[in-house]
Ligand binder design. Structure first.
Ligand SMILES: Nc1ncnc2c1ncn2[C@@H]1O[C@H](COP(=O)(O)OP(=O)(O)OP(=O)(O)O)[C@@H](O)[C@H]1O
Ligand SMILES: [Mg+2]
Length: 268
């Protein structure tokens, strides 16, 4: 079955993840089709990262069904899930400190694309081109030779994103790409992710910065205590009583309504 046949690219049904007695993900369903950009929000501890961990194989689900292109991946190793086309970034920065940005992205591409029996000594031309394109999309070309440990937090986040992009994923998972960044940097990352969307990339995005989540997502899911309490468009989200109650608060919802209205205005 392929996404073209109507099968979602990712289909999750009745997914549970327990830590002891805590249901961090509680009977969660989600379909993602090729070309979707799905934003996931919700309070701290809602289970957003755990859900990404479960679908990317970092942490196996306690129960439930997870299918990528119709194939069950609920018990597949994370590296093999990556080889099947799902790449992700992490909430906390991950990377090889002593290597350059470009070397980090090359390694992401080399190991993310398929099994390598031995570490790569040389990289194919196609791989190097893919890496250069990922660096360009993430606006890191001019910084490619900087050593990862020396670069500012924005570039550390972008190098992780570029490493994921360089695996040419069918589905890209991004966990809080702008946490800890200043408003100007948030705008930079927003433009970069908009560029990935323009390339046709299918994305699940977690973010607390709501203007980022609302601007990029075509569909929004809000989690609370492991459950989905909202799924729908951004307008509906801001007027959803439960979402306003448990997550946004009335003031933020009003401010975001105003922001969306300004953006929709012809001269806004
Ligand atoms: N490895 C673990 N062992 C035990 N409990 C965990 C583990 N990982 C997460 N949890 C718990 O599961 C719940 C969901 O955590 P998770 O990190 O998924 O939330 P989140 O929505 O990503 O929150 P945040 O917005 O703060 O990143 C929390 O109560 C957390 O303490
Ligand atoms: Mg999280």
């Amino acid at each position: 079955m392929t996404p073209e046949s109507g099968e979602p690219l990712l289909a999750c049904r009745n997914v549970f993840k327990y830590f002891g007695a805590l249901a961090a993900v509680n009977d969660f369903d989600l379909d993602v089709h090729t070309g979707d950009v799905v934003g996931i929000g919700g309070p701290n501890g809602a289970g957003k990262t755990t859900f990404l961990d479960v679908i990317s194989g970092i942490n196996a689900a306690t129960s439930g069904e997870i299918r990528l292109e119709g194939r069950d991946i609920s018990r597949v190793r994370p590296d093999l899930i990556c080889h099947r086309g799902m790449a992700r970034t992490f909430q906390l920065n991950a990377g090889f400190d002593s290597l350059s940005i470009r070397e980090n992205v090359l390694i992401g591409s080399a190991f993310g694309l398929g099994d390598r029996g031995v570490p790569a000594v040389t990289y194919s031309r196609a791989m190097r081109e893919r890496v250069d394109r990922a660096l360009e999309l993430c606006r890191l070309t001019d910084r490619a030779h900087a050593t990862a440990r020396d670069v500012p937090v924005l570039e550390r986040k972008l190098l992780m994103l570029a490493s994921a992009v360089a695996t040419d994923p069918k589905l890209l998972l991004i966990d809080e790409p702008v946490g800890g960044l200043n408003p100007h940097e948030v705008d930079d990352v927003m433009e970069i992710v908009e560029g990935l969307v323009a390339e046709g990339m299918t994305i699940i995005l977690i973010e607390h910065v709501m203007r980022f989540l609302l601007q990029l997502s075509r569909r929004v899911v809000i989690m609370h205590h492991g459950e989905k309490i909202y799924e729908g468009d951004t307008q509906g989200l801001l007027s959803d009583r439960r979402v306003v109650e448990v997550y946004l608060g009335a003031g933020t919802a009003d401010r975001l309504q105003h922001m969306l209205a300004e953006r929709a205005a012809p001269n806004g």
